[in-house]
Design a protein around this ligand. Structure first.
Ligand code: AKB
Length: 325
């Protein structure tokens, strides 16, 4: 049976993934069916002018309730979160936003009979005891960051709402996401985005992890596709709900710099690891995402070479227009 047109709320809509996800959902389901909600930062003109925008704080349950009832929301993509690096600087804030915000969203969804909820998990659920190569779907989850702890708890809470209340909650363990529209804020994998901006602007970058640091990454078009594909898949096909591993590509910081150098031969990258190195070292290098491939047909399109070519093209165009921050 066809689903009725979704009336979607995107929390964290001003963030790195939320901003592009909102625009993709507006294109797919109609601008006025997608309500973008952000906390502090100002939305881009494109985001603000192409459809409804509300300012909300996800730690305040009433504000979520008001948006849901006012806009007759039936689907929520809950993207608001504090990431790993900022989380280590402000653990209490990370817990309040990540767990308090998620609990509020799930409770509002339960009470107002929301049809489907998306929650982003992360490779941060893994820890030093997880196999580093090809981390399995089912494995040890002993993260060392508060962000990782909140993501493990979030996956469990989402699964609990599925079986206890019959709420359709789904989620992906995002790797580091690389994108050219909205820069990420406060993550350990941010270097894989910053390096492109600095290469375009200054032909030089000082990377905050070692050259041999390998992490799983994904280009934004694949991230958007994975998110929407999971949300549109039939519930009866899913054996997992809130914790799908999704792999895109894996490379070291040095390999990324070398790829950029192929396009910009004068580019120089040096390495000055800081506290984020320890976080990166606690995460796996690559992921086994067979359940995502088998249950809802996940397949990425971009590898390191095609991602770097497209990133440099997009950022170069923005540089020429004078819109690169
Ligand atoms: C971070 O680095 O904190 C995030 C993530 C991998 O979830 N990008």
């Amino acid at each position: 049976m066809a689903r009725k047109t979704p009336r979607i709320l995107v929390t964290g809509a001003v963030g790195q993934i939320g901003s592009e996800l909102t625009m993709a959902l507006r294109k797919r389901y109609g601008n006025n069916n997608i309500v973008a909600a952000g906390h502090r930062k100002d939305p881009s003109l494109a985001l603000r002018d192409s459809g409804p925008f509300d300012r909300i704080d996800v730690t305040d349950r009433e504000q979520i309730e008001q948006v849901v009832t006012r806009h007759k929301i039936n689907t929520i993509y809950h993207m608001a979160a504090i990431l790993s690096a900022v989380g280590e600087e402000k653990p209490q804030l990370a817990w309040n936003v990540n767990m308090g915000g998620l609990y509020n969203v799930l409770e509002v969804a339960r009470e107002y009979k929301i049809t489907r909820v998306f929650l982003p998990s992360s490779i941060a659920v893994f820890g030093p005891e997880t196999p580093r190569d090809c981390a399995p779907q089912e494995t040890v989850l002993h993260p060392t960051t508060i962000y990782g702890v909140s993501k493990v708890a979030g996956e469990l809470l989402g699964d609990y709402y599925c079986h206890r209340f019959g709420l359709d909650v789904r989620g992906l363990r995002y790797p580091g996401i690389i994108s050219s529209e909205t820069p990420p804020g406060g993550g350990t994998t941010d270097y894989a985005v910053e390096i492109f901006y600095e290469a375009i602007k200054h032909r030089r970058y000082t990377c905050f992890v070692r050259e041999d640091t390998v992490l799983p990454m994904m280009y934004m078009p694949d991230c958007i596709k994975a998110t929407i594909d999971l949300m549109e898949s039939d519930l009866y096909c899913l054996k997992h709900h809130c914790n799908f591993n999704v792999a895109g590509m894996s490379f070291s910081a040095g390999e990324l710099a070398a790829e950029i150098k192929k396009h910009l031969p004068e580019f120089i990258c040096d390495y000055r690891p800081d506290f984020r190195q320890e976080i990166a070292d606690s995460w796996p290098k690559s992921l086994d995402d067979r359940p995502a491939r088998e249950e809802w047909g996940w397949k990425p399109s971009y590898d390191l070479a095609s991602m770097a070519t497209d990133m440099l093209k997009c950022l170069h165009a923005r540089y020429e227009k004078g819109t690169l921050p």
